[in-house]
Design a protein around this ligand. Structure first.
Ligand SMILES: Nc1ncnc2c1ncn2[C@@H]1O[C@H](COP(=O)(O)OP(=O)(O)O)[C@@H](O)[C@H]1O
Ligand SMILES: [Mg+2]
Length: 238
């Protein structure tokens, strides 16, 4: 695993050269009496190679932030720029393509496919893109080692603990070295030692591959690994 910090700290423009930029983004969910302002005029810039943590209590809008940043959900207003493209200006189809090309998601629930082994989960996205070569297989082994799952590479999700599934989801997202990495509560099923390891791996990969990373969490113990920490309260970002 390389720890070279190539682009970390380099001055660059998030919207111009990659990275992630949210401009005055708001999101209202539900309607009428039940309407909730999940995101309230949020602005956020993450440059390539930067690891940003967003800390906030349950219900503060953290998952909504990632859904909008990653193009899974269209904001009610505002703009999202991703790797130089205005995501909010694209059609649904174009947005899906941009998401597949540029974004790695680590979901709160690991979203593994029941029928695939851990190793196959990692290789699948590259297989679909026709990019499954020796380098990809080597990277899979490297990442399995890094998340402590080498000995579970042939297991299927139902044969894994919650923490192992969470670590498999993290390794899968890192496989393609995405331009933007969005991570939702990556340590909720992990103990203190595993949490620290997982967050260290995210930081290392972010700096080594020039990834723009946003990790949301309510666990303040893991935010030290981030380059910058924002606080989220009632849909507003500090
Ligand atoms: N589909 C939905 N319809 C209405 N309100 C929702 C929906 N999803 C989430 N919410 C509300 O939006 C707010 C933010 O939720 P969420 O982004 O999941 O917060 P967090 O990830 O910080 O726990 C919460 O008040 C939540 O109840
Ligand atoms: Mg959440």
């Amino acid at each position: 695993m390389t720890t070279t910090s190539t682009r970390h700290g380099a001055a660059s423009d998030a919207a111009g050269t990659g990275g992630l930029r949210l401009l005055d983004v708001s999101l209202t969910l539900g309607d009428g009496e039940a309407a909730v302002t999940a995101l309230d005029h949020v602005a956020l810039d993450v440059t390539p190679g930067e690891f940003v943590a967003v800390v906030g209590p349950s219900g503060s809008g953290k998952s909504s932030l990632l859904a909008v940043a990653g193009g899974l959900q269209r904001p009610t207003s505002g703009q999202v720029h991703l790797a130089g493209t205005e995501l909010t200006a694209l059609s649904d189809k174009e947005r899906t393509a941009a998401r597949r090309r540029h974004i790695g998601f680590v979901f709160q629930q690991s979203n593994l496919l029941a029928s695939l082994t851990v190793r196959e989960q990692l290789l699948l996205p590259l297989h679909i893109d026709g990019r499954l070569d020796a380098a990809a297989r080597a990277r899979a082994e490297e990442l399995l080692e890094a998340v402590g799952l080498s000995h579970r590479r042939g297991h299927r999700p139902h044969q894994l603990s919650g923490g192992e599934r969470q670590r498999a989801g993290l390794a899968r997202a890192l496989m393609t070295s995405p331009a933007v990495l969005l991570v939702d509560e990556p340590t909720s099923a992990l103990d203190r030692v595993r949490s620290a390891e997982a967050v260290r791996l995210i930081a290392e990969q972010t700096h080594a591959h020039g990834t723009a990373t946003v990790m949301v969490t309510h666990d303040t113990a893991i935010m030290d690994a981030a380059d910058r920490v924002h606080e989220m309260v009632d849909g507003r970002l500090s």
